[in-house]
Design a protein around this ligand. Structure first.
Ligand SMILES: Cc1cc2nc3c(=O)[nH]c(=O)nc-3n(C[C@H](O)[C@H](O)[C@H](O)COP(=O)(O)O)c2cc1C
Ligand code: SF4
Ligand code: SF4
Length: 408
């Protein structure tokens, strides 16, 4: 068995890398790139029995990191069936079929899932998490709007019943995809009660991008006259994804999780697995950097595992969870202060202007930073993270022993 092989809700995957549902997975041509660059599975683009309204993709990337995606063309069931049939015939990928129905049509969920199973899907992914469909209408108080996407996924009881209807209709594992707009540990637990074999977390939170402040506050999407609220994905949501995955894992220790949201490199993969994820998903990173990131991640993950002596993902899964406590249980370490490497410091002064910190000053003579009031330091680490020259180490004030920290 290879080090990266993993069983996800009863389905064997050659590695934990899944390309998540999006325009990366809406044509056979693009899906084949997922296979070419080493993914084990794809979640196909969202499909419906009845596509609710016309939509075409429009996106903004802010600072190469925040990816705003309010829309995308969705598949009809017929298009999804053809796509899945093609993937099964022409690739060895595991196919996860992403689908959605309204909350007032439980039978529809079952019918859709059965059609996708018959087309060859290996797993179903219930999309109760897209922020771009029902959530806005609900939050704008359009009471007549049906529960759809993330608005359905905010309702634990409805999510459970939709899951039950879907699970009863098929013989393949069913995954419930979580919205970060909900109490995810609770929704995940209810979905598991309804028979979900796994959950995926997270889909995008609802957001708004920057606007054109010199033109009446108009949107900055090149191809639209106005805008709806937007799903936010990519690097800006990674810490939010960690939080939801960890919370779900802590609440439901046995429920498999496909963790994703902002994952971009091998370190993020390790972190997500350490927070309890079973497998990992990629979307925006591939939009912004191409499928080529996948083999790079695989190579570096294997290198890391070798270095650490891990022979499987299981060896480090969930390791970070034992350190998560409620705020009242946090244990503080005394006597942690910064130490400045005079050779590396160029006197830029960044660490001397930290709003909450009077500890470091600029030595006017030497033109470098100096720790002048170590007794006022509480070891928060901000100076360490901010120093652009990596000239600051955190040390024990008494022993001068260095505290090992990553430096991104
Ligand atoms: C353009 C675009 C389209 C998406 N379409 C779907 C979809 O059809 N179904 C779905 O469940 N999630 C969809 N998502 C959400 C992603 O699958 C993923 O869960 C989310 O973007 C967070 O991961 P990321 O930060 O790696 O992108 C879409 C995301 C983007 C950017
Ligand atoms: S931020 Fe770093 S380089 Fe700049 S003054 Fe402080 S220690 Fe020196
Ligand atoms: S660790 Fe925090 S409190 Fe201490 S010197 Fe650095 S920024 Fe100031």
């Amino acid at each position: 068995m290879s080090e990266l092989e993993v069983n996800f809700a009863g389905v064997n995957l050659k590695n934990p890398f899944i390309v998540s549902s999006s325009e990366l997975t809406n044509t056979l041509e693009r899906v084949k790139l997922s296979e070419k660059y080493g993914a084990s599975a794809v979640s196909t683009k969202l499909c419906f029995l009845k596509v609710p309204f016309f939509a075409r993709p429009y996106h903004i990337v802010e600072h190469r990191a925040g990816f705003f995606s309010p829309s995308g063309d969705r598949l009809s069931i017929e298009q999804a069936q053809i796509l899945i049939d093609g993937i099964k015939k022409e690739t060895n990928l595991v196919v996860i079929a992403n689908m959605m129905g309204p909350g007032d049509d439980l039978n529809g969920w079952g019918t859709l899932a059965k059609k996708l199973e018959d087309a060859g899907a290996d797993m179903i992914e219930m999309n109760m998490s897209c922020p771009n469909i029902g959530l806005m209408a609900k939050q704008l108080h359009l009471k007549s709007a049906p529960e759809l996407g993330a608005s359905l996924g905010q309702n634990p009881d409805l999510a459970r019943e939709v899951t039950r209807a879907t699970v009863e209709a098929v013989n393949i594992p069913v995954i419930a995809k979580m919205t970060p707009e909900a109490n995810t540990p609770l929704v995940a637990q209810e979905c598991a009660k309804g028979g979900a074999a796994a959950v995926s977390a997270i889909n995008c939170p609802m957001s708004l991008p920057s606007v054109d402040i010199y033109h009446d506050g108009r949107p900055i999407y090149p191809g639209t006259k106005n805008q709806s609220f937007a799903g936010l994905c990519g690097p800006w949501i990674r810490p939010l994804a960690y939080r939801h995955v960890a919370q779900i894992r802590m609440q439901s220790p046995l429920l498999p999780i496909a963790g994703g949201g902002g994952l971009t490199n091998w370190r993020h993969v390790v972190e997500m697995i350490m927070y309890g994820s079973t497998v990992v998903t990629f979307c925006t990173a591939i939009y912004l950097k191409g499928f080529e990131i996948l083999p790079e991640i695989e190579k570096n993950l294997l290198k890391y595992m070798k270095e650490m002596g891990f022979s499987s993902l299981e060896d480090f899964r969930g390791k970070a969870l034992k350190y998560i406590v409620t705020p009242d249980k946090v244990e503080y370490i005394d006597n942690v202060i910064p130490q400045i490497d005079e050779e590396k410091c160029n006197g830029c002064g960044i660490c001397t202007r930290i709003g909450h910190c009077p500890v470091i000053i600029l030595n006017e003579k030497k033109k470098i930073a100096e720790v002048s009031k170590p007794e006022l330091c509480y070891g928060c680490g901000v100076c360490y993270w901010l120093c652009p020259r990596k000239a600051i180490s955190m040390v024990n004030a008494k022993t001068k022993e260095k505290i090992e920290l990553p430096n991104f």
